[in-house]
Design a protein around this ligand. Structure first.
Ligand code: PLP
Length: 284
């Protein structure tokens, strides 16, 4: 495998950044994960728009211009022969002697990697559906920034794994579901409406979420952007999560209780089916 690190394509096994990188010391950086499907990069424009927003919110400069970044992304995919998989892109404030204040003249560090994912394995998981657990929200209030500071997410997802589940949903003190450790959360109500929390309030605006809203419009589905509780999700007709890694992925159990009949829902599966055609695709 080949990685791109600060201007060079290097063997993945030997790729490294300096010990005083601020990403390492302070989680002072942001990232994106984009899907590659059937030889296309999916929703690259939206991912780079969100990267731009994350960088601006933290006053980190782009490490190169956007056109160059697009070329590097395509090149990393090509060099790793990825037809179906994921691109990981990370930008940190850069390397500087450890100090809380922004360094005066440091260049941001950039790392771009790509890996293959077996689409059949992912499809299989969607056929079976996944289980989620719920955990109290304990993150900071700027989770709208896609920052590499993910320790609460690591702990929550580890806990899910130890409970035999795939994802953990962060839940507010009032019982409303915020989002997963690495995904957005959705339900389908008894009368067929899609419900997902507004992205203005304490969640990451998932790119898959945004594109699924386009898909829902194309399919003529009714959408309610509002909060929902864990109790409402357990009693819903369907539940599912969304992310670039999983796409629309049915949830069949929440904290050990089945959602509806405990089988993947048809709305989630039809959104999953229609996603690729409606998403923006760029040949990689
Ligand atoms: N919410 C969180 C906290 C995430 O980490 C992610 C993705 O990693 C998402 C939502 C889904 O975002 P996207 O659809 O852009 O992958």
């Amino acid at each position: 495998r080949i990685a791109y690190v600060n201007g060079r394509y290097v063997a993945h096994a030997e790729a490294s950044v300096h010990i005083e990188d601020r990403g390492y010391q302070f989680a002072d950086g942001v990232y994106e994960v984009c899907e590659v499907a059937r030889g296309y990069i999916v929703d690259m424009k939206r991912h780079l728009d969100r990267l731009d927003r994350s960088l601006r919110e933290l006053s980190i400069a782009w490490p190169m211009n956007r056109a160059a970044m697009e070329i590097v992304i395509v090149e990393v995919i090509r060099r790793n022969r990825v037809k179906n998989g994921l691109v990981y892109l990370q930008v940190t404030r850069g390397v500087a002697s450890r100090d809380f204040l922004f360094p005066a003249d440091t260049r941001p560090s950039v790392v771009i990697t790509a890996k293959k994912v077996d689409p059949a394995a992912l499809a299989k998981r969607a056929e079976n559906g996944i289980k989620v657990i719920t955990v109290p929200e304990n993150r900071w209030d700027r989770v709208d920034i896609k920052s590499v500071g993910l320790l609460p997410n690591v702990l929550a997802k580890q806990k899910a794994n130890e409970a035999g589940a795939h994802e953990a949903w962060f839940v507010d003190a009032d019982g409303t579901v915020k989002e997963g450790g690495s995904s957005n959360a959705w339900i389908v109500t008894g009368d067929g409406a899609l419900v997902t929390r507004p992205a203005e309030h304490g969640i990451l605006r998932g790119i898959t979420r945004t594109t699924l809203l386009d898909v829902a419009a194309k399919l003529g589905l009714r959408v309610e952007e509002r909060g929902f509780t864990v109790a409402e999700a357990k009693a819903a007709r369907e539940a599912f999560i969304s992310s670039a890694t999983t796409l629309a992925m049915p949830v069949v159990a929440i904290d050990g209780d089945p959602v509806a009949n405990g089988h993947p829902g048809s709305v989630a599966l039809s959104l999953r089916q229609a996603f690729f055609d409606i998403a923006e695709k760029r040949p990689a």
